[in-house]
Design a protein around this ligand. Sequence first.
Ligand code: SR1
Ligand code: MG
Length: 398
Amino acid sequence: MTITATTSYEPLTETTAVSLAKDLEFFKEGALLHCQEIGDGNLNLVFHIRDENNTGIIIKQALPYAKVVGESWPLTLHRATIEGDYLKNAATLVPNLVPKVYYTNEELAITIMEDLSHLEIVRNGFIGGKDYPLLSKHIGEYLAKTLFYTSDFGLNQQEKKKLQQQFANPELCKITEDLVFTDPFFDSETNSYEPELLGAVEELWKNETLKLEVAKLKYKFLTNGEALLHGDLHTGSIFANDIDTKVIDPEFAYFGPIGFDIGQFFANILLQAITRSDDERVAITTHLHQVWEVFTSTFSDLWKTASVEQFTTTPGYLDYVLKKVFAEASGFAGCEVIRRTIGLAHVADLDTIQPFAKRIATKQKALELGRLLILDATNFKNTKEIESAFENVLKGNE
Ligand code: SR1
Ligand code: MG
């Protein structure tokens, strides 16, 4: 069986991925190709094809269902087009921070892109004890540029409205609305947690003050189309080494609140920091400060030099926007921390903690942290205050 660029949709195998790469002439005639399916995410197939000189490409293909659950959860293939379109747009804003897209095919739901195998998935490297010193500098720049230039501050109003139509992503948004903002706060079937956490989980479900704040955050996610978001910016969506950083996997992209991408990054930094010893932790929490610092300074420069909105010269407006974004990022981070602890899609940072008793104790701390990030979202003035609250949770002085 071969698959060519004009074949109708079917899931690729390692063999048909190679036939497609040959049909598209990505490799020299007669090249000895090696292909491996390396997808470790929740939704897609990812094929790494390389020749005898180790020159490679990545073919990513959407499946018509959520791989993490199975065929009982159908899912739109259109997410592959959203992903390809987002990456092409990001390449105009932050070319050094995204993989190059070589080819897309809507019918086959594939994106063929740059081989990033010289880099590591940040979550995996973190779990192995590594750090990436430039990670948060690069992600701060990524966030500022992608969010500013797709917002009404940096993009012509007509263009933004057109892009909003292109990036309507209802099915993938529904996943986030359910899995991040709803299910973890109720006794929902999708939740997944160790029975030892039941007491802590039931405390969350009974906390109506917390649920009111989560309801407000969900409402922002549902209604505030401020800028084009990546939509799933966790450390499993970032490749890095000591000098380079590349953001991948933007299939959840849509126009939403600016604080969401920032909050997801905050949360996944904290979910790694919570696993580290006192000595190691500071290297990780530094990313919290650095990402916010670089985001605010880059966003503020763009505000002054590249604005298309007349009111950006009005004193106080930038401060108002940054304060609002920071509070929302904290609240969104809290939802992400909680859902990664007890919801459907966990993070290996927590799930690989050994021994079991330490894992449970750490997850209890994560739930406390998530609750604080949500409840104190509007009180935190800066990332140092978030770090202090985090340290208090770790020391049990909440
Ligand atoms: C059913 S998808 C589960 C999660 O995986 C993706 O990476 C998103 O984070 C989503 O919430
Ligand atoms: Mg993903």
